[in-house]
Design a protein around this ligand. Structure first.
Ligand code: PGA
Length: 295
């Protein structure tokens, strides 16, 4: 497990975006070999998406040969995908419409499907047909849920219908004019097992309100009441957090991982972008920032 600690939300978002950028560039996606990316919604990934859009506009990356699978979507007759609060709308407005991804390759669960169970099964099937997920990026709730895998969810769960926990409904009310009655109570979500099957998982955790969840995620045992803790058993998990999110961790945990930042920062060193490749620029010609400044 890696724990990457940045000073604040903006730097954590930038680090995560650079990591995703590098992964896509290094994978060398093409028509025969798509890069498959799992994605979250919510306030946490917002700045990361902004940075990825910037890298796309700079010509550093393309999403032409990227397939995405979102983690979850609300269910409910009043929650059509066109509604601004739906995760379809979130993804389209904050990310997809600004990049060159083929909309047919940007998958979001359909919470209005006639047969929700069939929709979930088909989603798992689509992920399998895409060759599995290369990198699943996730966020968590203050109760330690990953996607909508609420406390008590099976840690080997697959994509399915879930009833939302009261804590989640309260936390998400801010997107519904703080009216608890307007927050959908059901959702479709990938399972913990679905995310565990990914080759790599990167979880973004920022803010003091997530500090207890981060502590439960990494310093205590695997526990289905804190579903994010399951990723202790994934061979390649990166937690990217800000200082505020570390407030409940032991000093020695924080010191240990901060002492590894020079190693972690190598992962986000600039790599040859598609634009530079096109222009025949060598990587060595790019000024390399000092390790301690590379974020
Ligand atoms: P947030 O939501 O990024 O808006 O805090 C994350 C989540 O509940 O999974």
């Amino acid at each position: 497990m890696r724990l990457v600690i940045l000073d604040d939300y903006d730097l954590a978002s930038e680090w995560a975006a650079k990591y995703i950028r590098n992964k896509i560039i290094q994978f060398k996606p093409c028509a025969e070999r798509y890069f498959t990316l799992g994605l979250p919604t919510g306030s946490t990934p917002f700045s990361c998406y902004q940075k990825l859009i910037e890298y796309y506009r700079n010509g550093d990356i393309s999403f032409k040969y990227v397939k995405t699978f979102n983690m979850d979507e609300y269910v409910g007759e009043l929650m059509q995908r066109e509604k601004p609060e739906s995760y379809h709308s979130y993804m389209w407005n904050n990310f997809f419409k600004h990049i060159d991804i083929d909309p047919a390759n940007a998958h979001v669960l359909d919470g209005n499907a006639d047969d929700l169970e069939a929709e979930c099964e088909a989603y798992e099937q689509k992920i399998a047909e895409a060759g599995g997920i290369e990198l699943f990026v996730g966020g968590i709730g203050p109760d330690g849920h990953i996607a909508f895998n609420e406390p008590g969810s099976s840690l080997v769960s697959r994509t399915r219908v879930k009833m939302l926990a009261k804590d989640t409904i309260v936390a998400n009310a801010r997107f519904f004019g703080n009216d608890l009655l307007k927050v959908p109570t059901m959702a479709l979500t990938v399972g913990v097992g679905t995310v565990m099957d990914s080759k790599e998982v990167m979880i973004l955790i920022t803010g003091a309100h997530k500090a207890f969840a981060l502590y439960k995620a990494i310093e205590e045992g695997v526990n289905h009441m804190w579903t994010v803790s399951a990723f202790q058993q994934h061979p390649r998990t990166i937690f990217v957090c800000d200082e505020d999110a570390t407030l409940e961790l032991r000093v020695k945990t924080v010191k240990y991982f901060k002492g590894l930042m020079h190693v972690h920062n190598k992962l986000v060193d600039p790599v040859l972008s598609i634009k530079e490749k096109h222009l025949g620029i060598k990587t060595e010609s790019k000024p390399r920032p000092r390790q301690d400044q590379d974020i």
